[in-house]
Ligand binder design. Structure first.
Ligand code: GLN
Length: 489
């Protein structure tokens, strides 16, 4: 097996377990590939070959001893929002450009305990705010399908690294679409779990009531294996749910006969570009051929999701980011007058323009006098949107629609127009407001040969079923097997 990575995580794990190759060989080969591709793609902020190779050698020993798990020796890279002890952890911000994490996030602990190899820390939008991975202090990530275009965001480094075959899988986070939208734009698969399923401990907070970690990989089976590792109760996150452990692979072979697929009228009105519509409609035809029945559903208030989100997310961000004040850790301005001046210089220097914009909006909507009109109103809308989904799920088992209104756009296309950028998440934000699980899988190619993603939204805790739907779709199609030409070795 000369190049297992394009085959995905499970195939890679199988090759390692069968001793067809060693983790050290594989890790070394991928590090070389990263060294070659990263100057162009900029998907990684930090790599540390010595540490990765040391972990690979330990994994090889574990495999030789016969106590390997399903991910032992498998290379995985992590969004630079997860604290990984001893690794520089920046959240793509100047504020944390020199920060070395003193402890591991829950998610990182799970990968370490499984014996996975940490391949490095992935680039992203600064503090996960954005839809293009251009707001990083370390420069924009490029889409491996077309390096003049964005990979989506904020987990653009994760999606680009998987799409380019630099790693078989990556971790990511999703506050309003940051797993699904980059997965769609890079032609890979991504899952945002039900809120509370994966611990947020050690994940740098953006909007805590919306943030959720999940995997990006090449196919549904790989996502299921990653979910088996990532999900689970953790006392250190007060919103982490205590639920019996599940095997997320359990429905991978299940038929789609009788599955009711809800098509929200609002998602299929205008807004989607014609090439995205064509991909999504052909995907629905495939689901129908597999035995699913499409049903039209209503999400009457879903159009309010975007404005509600852009009140709630900045409000929470303005509070979460107050900890970056130059006192405790991170950047501090070199020269300043009094304490207040130190705070304001530090924050003005440390945060990029998008992060500053969010902090200002957040502080504004929370201030006395405007709180009821904006924040409280947005919370009410959030509740109504969750109710809309609850009624839709009385009529269907899963909702299908587009992930992103367009294929990958050009770098700089929305540079002067934040509202245009915010509109990239028009289809992905509502599930975060409701806390529902949602995923994106490749379903075709649009203009310029760029990938199109199908979004599936499920009811709470139906991840296994959703992964089964995605797996059935992927047995029938081969969109997820395509790799960008320039990146195939
Ligand atoms: N693009 C959205 C935002 O900027 C979502 C980002 C995310 O999911 N982290 O807030």
């Amino acid at each position: 097996m000369s190049d297992p990575v394009p085959l995905g995580l499970v195939a890679t794990a199988r090759a390692l377990a069968a001793r067809e190759l060693s983790s050290v060989e594989l890790t070394g080969a991928l590090l070389e590939r990263i060294a070659c591709a990263n100057p162009v793609l900029n998907a990684f902020i930090t790599v540390d070959p010595e540490v990765s190779l040391r972990q690979a050698a330990a994994a090889d020993e574990r495999i030789a001893r016969g106590d390997a798990g399903p991910l032992t020796g498998v290379p995985v890279a992590h969004k630079d929002i997860f604290m990984a002890r001893g690794w520089r952890t920046t959240c793509a911000s100047r504020m944390l450009a020199g920060f070395v994490a003193p402890y591991d996030a829950h998610v990182i602990e799970q990968f370490d305990a499984a014996g996975a190899v940490n391949m490095g820390k992935l680039n992203m939008d600064e503090f996960a705010m954005g839809s293009s991975s251009e707001s990083s202090f370390f420069g924009p990530v490029r889409n491996p399908w077309d390096i003049t275009r964005v990979p989506g965001g904020s987990s653009g480094g994760s999606a680009a690294a998987v799409a380019a075959g630099l790693v078989p899988a990556a971790t990511a986070t999703d506050t309003g679409g940051s797993i699904r939208q980059p997965a769609a734009l890079c032609g890979v698969s991504g899952l945002k779990p039900t809120y509370g399923l994966v611990s947020r401990y050690g994940m740098i907070a953006y909007a805590s009531s919306l943030d959720q970690a999940g995997p990006i990989a090449r196919n549904a089976e790989d996502l299921a294996v990653l979910m088996n590792l990532m999900a689970g109760h953790d006392r250190r996150d007060a919103t982490s749910l205590a639920r019996p452990a599940e095997d997320y692979r359990r429905d991978l072979q299940r038929t789609l006969k009788g599955l009711r697929v809800g098509l929200p009228r609002a998602y299929f009105a205008d807004g989607m570009s014609p090439d995205v519509r064509a991909g999504v409609e052909s995907a629905i035809a495939v689901l129908r051929r597999l035995g699913a029945e499409p049903v039209e559903v209503e999400l009457p208030r879903v159009e309010l999701a975007l404005p509600a989100y852009y009140v709630i997310a900045p409000a929470e961000a303005s509070s979460n980011l107050s900890r970056f004040d130059g006192v405790r850790y991170g950047h501090r301005a070199a020269s300043y007058g009094d304490l207040a001046d130190m705070y304001s210089r530090t924050r003005a220097e440390g945060f990029g323009p998008e992060v500053r914009r969010r902090i200002l909006i957040g502080a504004f909507v929370l201030c006395h006098g405007y709180y009821d009109a904006y924040y409280l109103q947005a919370q009410r809308v959030r509740r109504l949107i969750a109710e809309d989904f609850a009624s839709a799920f009385e009529q269907c088992d899963v909702i299908a629609g587009p992930t992103s209104p367009t294929v990958a756009f050009a770098l700089g296309a929305h540079a002067d127009d934040p509202l245009q950028m915010y509109l990239s998440d028009i289809y992905t934000i509502a599930p975060n407001l409701a806390g529902l699980p949602a995923m994106s899988i490749p379903c075709g190619f649009g203009v310029h040969g760029l990938p199109v993603g199908l979004q599936l939204v499920g009811n709470y805790f139906t991840e296994a079923r959703m992964l089964g739907i995605a797996a059935a779709f992927q047995r029938e199609t081969e969109w997820h097997l395509r790799a960008p030409a320039a990146m195939t070795p």
